[in-house]
Structures are given as C-alpha cells and as structure tokens.
Design a protein around this ligand. Structure first.
Ligand code: ATP
Length: 499
C-alpha cells in the first residue's frame, strides 16, 4: 500500500510537467485531481473507506454485549484476581493518592475456549468502560508499517469512542497476542517487530495525557513465546491464568448454558460434569447445543440423558460416520475395545462408562471412561495401570487373532508417552536421569522392558476373562453400544461363575 502511494506521489507531478511541456492544458486535470483527493480524505475522516476504517468498523461490530462475571461459570480464582486488578481502574483517585502506578495491561493465559474473551467483556461491563476487540492476526500484513498503523488507530479509536460515549475508561482486548508479541529477532519478521514496537510505545503513552484511562487485556495460550519487553513491569505485569474448569466449574458452566434449554426430569447435570473431564467451557456449551439438536431430531420436547451422552461422544470424538465396516473388521474392533474395557474395569473398578463399536470421527470404536477425580500427581502404579489399559486392545487382538493390526497405533503412542513420563520422573530402573546422560540404546532397552512386562501382565489379566469377552461381544455386535453398568453386570456375573 505504502509503496503504491510513494510511486503515485513521484509519478503524477512528473507526468503533469511532461504534459505541460508538450503543450497540453493540464489545468482541468489538476482541478479534477485536487477535487478527488480532498473527497477521499473527507470520506476517510468520517470512517468510510480504507484499511483503517474497515478495521475500525470490524472492532465496532464486536462491541458491548452486556456480559457480567455471573455469566461466566467456574474460574472463581481468575475472576477474583481480575476484579481485584480492575478495582485499580475504578478507584483511580485513591490509587493516585497513594502514588501507585496505574495498571496498563492484563494478560490472560490458558487453553482455547476457557472464557478469556468473556472475561474481557465482563471486565468492560464491570468498569463501565468502552470495549474494543482485535485479534493479533488482524495486525499482520505483508507490507511493513500497516500493522503498526492499525495499532495506532486502535488506540485512537478507543479514545474517541470513550469521549463520544462519555466514559472515563476503555478496555482494548487483543486476542492471540502471541501473533504480534512473539520474541523479536530483528530479522525476517520486521513487520511483526514494528507492530510490537508500536504497541509498546502506545502502552507507554497510555497515562501521560488527560484522556480516558485505557487498559489493555490480551489473551494467549503460548505465554512462553512472548517477548520479554511485553511482560516487564509497567506493561503486561498482571498475569491471570484461565484454566480448564474442574468438576465444580464444569457444573456451573453447564448450569449457565442450560438456562434456555428444556431438560427432561431426572437428567443429572452432575453426572455430565463428571463425564466431561478435560472439557473447556466452549466444549461444554457445544455438548448442550448438540444434545438439544439430538432431541430435536428425535422430536422430543426436552433434552434427555441419552442425548447428552451422545453429545459428549460427538464433541470428544467427532460425528458418527457412515463408514460401512466389514463384519470381520467390526468383530476385531469389538474384541479390541473389550480388551481396553476389561483391563480398565479390573484395575480401576467402576471406570468404564460405555463401550461402542460404531465409527465416530477417525475411530472405529472406543471406550468412554469415567474420569478419575481431578488430580495432578500420578504414582508409578497408576501410570502402569494406564499403560495396561492402553495395551488392552492390542493384547485382546493377540489373544483372539494371534496378531495385532494398525488399530493399535494411537494406543501405542499413548503408552510410549506415558513411559517417557515415567522415565523423566525417575520412576524406572534407570533411576533419576537426564536424557543427555543416557544413550539411546539404554532408553530403548528400558522402554521395551517396561512395555513387554506390562503387555504380559495385560494378557494374563485378559486371559482370565474370556467368558466376559464372549458375552459382551454378542451384545456389542447386536447393539453396537454396551453401557458401563451392563458391562459391569456381565463382569460380576462371570466372576461369580468362576468362583
Ligand atoms: P480462544 O482462546 O480460543 O479465543 P477464549 O478462551 O477466549 O478462547 P471464549 O471466546 O471466551 O474463549 O469462549 C467461547 C465460548 O465458550 C463462549 O462464548 C461461551 O459460550 C463458552 N464458554 C467458555 N468458557 C466459559 C465459562 N467459563 N462460562 C460460560 N461459558 C463459557
């Protein structure tokens, strides 16, 4: 854009002089030219044309929907930390009296869909501020300088909007800040560097004038990528983690999004919160939405528990596919999944929630587990049990078919990553190691020893439950789904028989 502008500025006068020189009357041309340029600037200043104005319009569209912190489920700690920080903006006079440096930037970090944008919107409502949003990728342009000028315009717009709406403060929310705020290398990404420099300059100038107070909130899920200049005191020096919700958080998010949906009697949201371990707020919202769609498809008046169960599967694994699997393949998948399920139920009773052999997403079948209680420390025994569950599928195939298939690839990836975790945590016979101190051969030997021993244990366990395989297999082939409770009944029944 800039290059074209410069070319025009150079070329037009030369052309006019040349035309005048060869005797052409340039006055009418000059008149039309001046008229169109002034018309262009007039429209532009009113916010009609051009890159900047387009950008402004975009961010205007996203402005205040009146969202409060009550409409954000879970995240109690993050909400508390944020409101404490926002009080700085509200109790401005008090803070000035004590000589406290005003807050300029708050960085929200955490996985996608956990409610960072919601937090920024609620913050604007809480502080009665103007709200402007932009995403890091909107500042990225091929031409050097455009990103920087967009940053300038964003701040300018914040000031003018606050003045127009009679507000004392403005909150600018920049999502994906890592796109422009990555570590500067002064090399290939000069455009990004200029944009970031402009952001830093604007932040430094925030509180120098009399205008509205501006607070920048930014979100990222890759905090470690950010340039240290952004994180230093006086810039984004408040970091608030917006993590995946725990069970209580999940329940409150479900409650919020359930408000406009009819729920059949007896449906337990508590159970859904338990089964959605590791889901973000956005995924939970999607579960309820999908459940409502299933209810609509079945022409039901209200959402039932089975709609919610299918919706969890859909969000976790993808939509059911129409892949027609051959009978032989389906049987192998059934044995494979039962292998996982039996080991899981033996090492952690009550943990299987459902076994399915209908293709969904990329999987041909799957076992849904009841997640363990939210916890963050794992013992060696626990990890070994998890590895055995992962190996259960391949072990079952070996028992019934005498060999494995490509269906175990993901399971092995999981198992290997767990072995790596054990090694790095000093839980193997190698002791406490630094990877650089150990040769690849040693690691390989230890890895194989662990996996072979666990595979043997897994096969021994499964060998004792051939009856369960037979009975569950029949149900699975007929119904395609086996609920955790039915499966446990079969397992208990067989145990009684063999006792
Ligand atoms: P990203 O990092 O991908 O931009 P984000 O963390 O900004 O994601 P949001 O845009 O705030 O996520 O959330 C997306 C949607 O997920 C929201 O519109 C809302 O429906 C739902 N959601 C996420 N977290 C929560 C929560 N804590 N409470 C209620 N709803 C939530």
């Amino acid at each position: 854009m800039n290059r074209w502008k410069e070319l025009c500025i150079g070329f037009v006068p030369v052309l006019l002089i040349f035309l005048a020189f060869i005797g052409v009357n340039v006055m009418p041309l000059l008149f039309v030219g001046v008229l169109s340029v002034s018309l262009f600037f007039m429209i532009r200043s009113r916010g009609g044309v051009g890159v900047t104005a387009g950008g402004e319009r975009k961010s205007k569209n996203r402005t205040p929907s009146y969202l409060t912190f009550d409409q954000i489920g879970g995240q109690d700690r993050a909400k508390r930390e944020l409101t404490e920080a926002l009080d700085f903006l509200i109790k401005h006079d008090q803070i000035q009296k004590l000589g406290i440096r005003p807050l300029k930037g708050i960085l929200l970090t955490g996985p996608p869909g956990t409610g960072k944008t919601l937090m920024a919107k609620a913050a604007a409502h809480y502080t009665n501020s103007v709200y402007l949003a932009a995403s890091g990728s909107e500042f990225v342009e091929m031409y050097v300088g455009v990103g920087a000028s967009r940053v300038r315009d964003l701040f300018k717009e914040a000031r003018t909007r606050a003045a127009k709406e009679g507000k004392d403060s403005a909150i600018i929310f920049i999502d994906e800040i890592d796109v422009i705020g990555g570590k500067r290398d002064g090399g290939q990404h000069r455009e990004y560097d200029q944009t970031l420099n402009q952001l830093l300059t604007e932040m430094d100038g925030i509180h120098t004038g009399d205008g509205p107070r501006i607070l920048i909130m930014a979100a990222t899920n890759r905090k470690e990528m950010l340039d240290s200049a952004l994180l230093r005191p006086g810039r984004f020096d408040r970091h608030i983690e917006v993590d995946l919700p725990d069970k209580k958080g999940r329940l409150s998010i479900l409650d919020i999004h359930m408000k406009n949906k009819p729920l059949a009697a007896g449906v337990s949201l508590d159970k859904i919160a338990e089964q959605t371990f590791g889901f973000s707020g956005a995924q939970l919202e999607s579960v309820l939405n999908e459940a409502a769609i299933y209810a609509l498809r079945e022409e039901k008046e209200a959402i039932e528990q089975q709609h919610l169960a299918s919706a969890i599967d859909k969000v976790m694994m993808g939509e059911r596919t129409d892949k027609e699997t051959a009978q032989e393949e389906k049987e192998r998948v059934a044995y494979h999944e039962l292998g996982h399920a039996i080991v899981a139920e033996i090492v952690r009773p009550g943990s299987v929630s459902q076994v399915t052999v209908s293709p969904r997403g990329k999987a041909l079948g799957y076992v849904r587990h009841n997640p363990p209680k939210d916890h963050y420390l794992y013992t060696k025994d626990y990890i070994e049990q998890q590895i055995m569950i992962a190996l259960g599928g391949a072990a079952a195939e070996e028992i019934f078919y005498g060999g494995r298939s490509t269906g175990s690839r993901n399971d092995f990836e999981q198992a290997l990553s767990m072995v790596r975790n054990m090694m790095d945590s000093g839980l193997t016979s190698l002791g406490i190691i630094d990877r650089d101190m150990v040769t690849k051969e040693e690691l390989m030997r230890e890895n194989s020893a662990i996996l072979e021993a666990l595979m043997l244990r897994t096969k021994q366990v499964l060998g004792q439950y051939r009856n369960v395989f037979d009975q569950s297999f029949d149900v699975l082939m007929k119904e395609e789904v086996l609920s955790g409770d039915t499966f446990r009944d079969l397992l208990g029944h067989t145990a009684e028989q063999s006792a």
